[in-house]
Design a protein around this ligand. Structure first.
Ligand SMILES: O=C(O)c1ccccc1N[C@@H]1O[C@H](COP(=O)(O)O)[C@@H](O)[C@H]1O
Length: 199
């Protein structure tokens, strides 16, 4: 089980991340998000990140030119697409792609069949990203049997064990659940990573 901690945006967040060593960090490049950070601001902080931890840039319906430009500025490893990006769009992205799909979408199985050829991971969420809201994980259980998925949406210290037990995803993706007042919290990150690593 790999772990992604999403919404990293301060210099001190990088120090916390290096200490507890998740597999991925997520950086939100969606200007309407409260977790948005300008690429030029985060780029120098990222130079201090342990190189074993992969950098995932999160985008929502951004132009692919901008995605590729930010990817170069921040030396991103993976591009997470959280909007309505289609296959043609994905073909223009020069890095490994993860595609977020909403479990509320009635055609989700059909969509997963289409996207799976072009993306490394399908990320299952409850709709919009970063809401801190869960969904009925039984929907994701069936899907995780046939696809490599990341589970996102409202994961926290109180529900992560159950989420993993039900869904068994390849990656568990956490953002709101390790924050206080929209900023990452060291204790919460430490506790959830220790818990997951000891399951
Ligand atoms: O975190 C955001 O603000 C965000 C904005 C737009 C798209 C995606 C966003 N975050 C993604 O949401 C999940 C985690 O959500 P939660 O806070 O744990 O419920 C994760 O995939 C983030 O990359």
């Amino acid at each position: 089980m790999k772990i992604k901690i999403c919404g990293i945006r301060r210099k001190e967040d990088i120090d916390i991340i290096n200490k507890y060593n998740p597999d991925y960090i997520g950086i939100i490049f969606y200007p309407k998000s409260k977790r948005y950070i300008k690429p030029n601001i985060i780029a120098p902080f990222l130079n201090n990140l342990n190189p074993n931890i992969k950098k995932v840039g999160v985008f929502v319906n951004e132009t692919f030119d901008t995605v590729n430009e930010i990817s170069n500025i921040c030396n991103l490893d993976i591009i997470q697409l959280h909007g309505n990006e289609d296959i043609e769009y994905i073909k223009n992205i020069k890095k490994t792609v993860w595609k977020a799909l909403s479990v509320k979408n009635k055609n989700i199985k059909k969509q997963m069949e289409i996207y799976k050829k072009y993306v490394e991971i399908i990320l299952l969420d409850n709709g919009k990203g970063g809401t801190g809201k869960t969904f009925n994980w039984k929907y994701a259980k069936n899907l995780s049997e046939n696809y490599k998925i990341a589970l996102a949406g409202g994961i926290n210290i109180n529900n992560v064990k159950e989420a993993i037990k039900i869904v068994n995803p390849s990656i568990i993706d956490i953002s709101s659940g390790v924050e206080i007042n929209s900023y990452k919290d060291e204790e919460k990150i430490k506790n959830i990573i220790n818990l997951i690593r000891n399951i």
